[in-house]
Design a protein around this ligand. Structure first.
Ligand SMILES: Cc1ncc(COP(=O)(O)O)c(C=O)c1O
Length: 323
């Protein structure tokens, strides 16, 4: 919806997205997701031609904008690829904002995960970046099916209800949908936003995540296993059995570890074995990481870390990298 609105506003068909950034699985977001070069199966070539993928580096973005004057919008995951798995360079968001402002392009900030979680005002509150459109989607509706797109008035006015005059379809964008104005989702959203408005839940979740990351790193050190838990806000990503990576002695973010190590990730088999060993102890690892929330407490943290240590001991004989 954000991409179509940006096209309607600028009159330009192409969208610039960042390599590895995930914006859902629809056709226009598919190119370059998961840092894959391959075009996803089932996506028409004509769609791929209107999506340009850039490294998340400002020189590359500016080059792409120079090369392709048909680009009308730039979309970025607010915390970096896959919710902070890979970092954005310092100052990147502000630099992209300036480039968009100069050229009359629409900056779409994807805050589907970070909005309300990183801070009540999302990454844009923390960085001061002012996108033209913000994709909030499901983060708004308290876990219910619902979503939201917010933005600058002149862009959002393309969505305005038709006034009945002329052929409004030429200038206004309709957005019908079964779940539009769904009362249950709206009520869940209002309840959720009321809860998270003052930042207290986020602060609790952040503390739990910092403790979890530090605790995982302590276990890895104690067990002599290569790897690290890192992240920011209430997110963690686990690098497990990662060759040559000595577990940090403090909590670290994606900015503190070498990009190559972050990109390489963990050997799939090691991660799979760890995931199973954790599951047997009642702990679910969401891929190679996860999130904390404000309902996690000292007891759940202790259970997770004890389970993690026992799981690491169980799979250690089968790991590839030796510390
Ligand atoms: C950053 C980001 N953007 C967009 C989406 C897409 O959301 P949906 O699955 O509701 O399309 C996701 C899904 O997790 C996401 O993490």
């Amino acid at each position: 919806m954000a991409m179509r609105l940006a096209r309607a506003y600028t009159g330009k068909p192409a969208v610039l997205k960042m390599k590895g950034h995930f914006h859902g699985w629809h056709d226009y977001a598919a190119a370059g997701a998961f840092r894959s070069e391959a075009a996803p199966v089932g996506v028409p070539q004509s769609v791929l031609e209107s999506v340009v993928v850039s490294e998340p580096a400002i020189e590359d973005v500016l080059q792409a904008l120079d090369d392709r004057p048909d680009i009308g919008a730039v979309i970025v995951e607010a915390a970096g690829a896959l919710t902070g798995t890979l970092p954005l360079p310092a100052g990147f968001l502000k630099a992209v904002e300036a480039a968009c402002d100069e050229r009359g392009l629409v900056l779409i900030l994807d805050e589907v995960v970070t909005g309300f979680r990183w801070a009540p005002g999302g990454v844009q509150e923390l960085t001061g970046v002012r996108p033209h459109l913000t994709a909030l989607a499901k983060v708004l509706a308290g876990g219910y099916p619902g979503g939201a797109l917010s933005g600058r008035r002149d862009v959002m006015e393309i969505l305005a209800f038709p006034d009945g005059g002329g052929d409004w379809r030429k200038t206004k964008m309709g957005h019908p949908g079964t779940f539009n104005a769904n009362p249950v989702s709206a009520a869940a959203g209002v309840a959720c936003l009321t809860q998270v408005a003052d930042g207290a839940h986020q602060a609790t979740a952040d503390r739990q995540a910092a403790a979890l990351r530090s605790g995982i790193n302590a276990v890895l050190r104690e067990e002599g296993v290569c790897g690290a838990a890192y992240g920011e806000s209430s997110r963690f990503r686990l690098l497990f059995d990662s060759p040559g990576l000595q577990p940090p002695t403090a909590d670290v973010s994606q900015h503190d570890l070498p990009l190559g190590v972050l990109e390489a990730g963990s050997p799939g088999r090691s991660l799979h074995l760890l995931g199973l060993a954790l599951l047997n102890r009642g702990v679910f690892l969401f891929g190679d990481g996860g999130f904390t929330s404000s309902v996690h407490d000292a007891e759940s943290l202790a259970h997770t870390l004890e389970s993690f240590q026992a799981a690491v001991r169980e799979v250690k004989p089968h790991l590839e990298a030796k510390a």
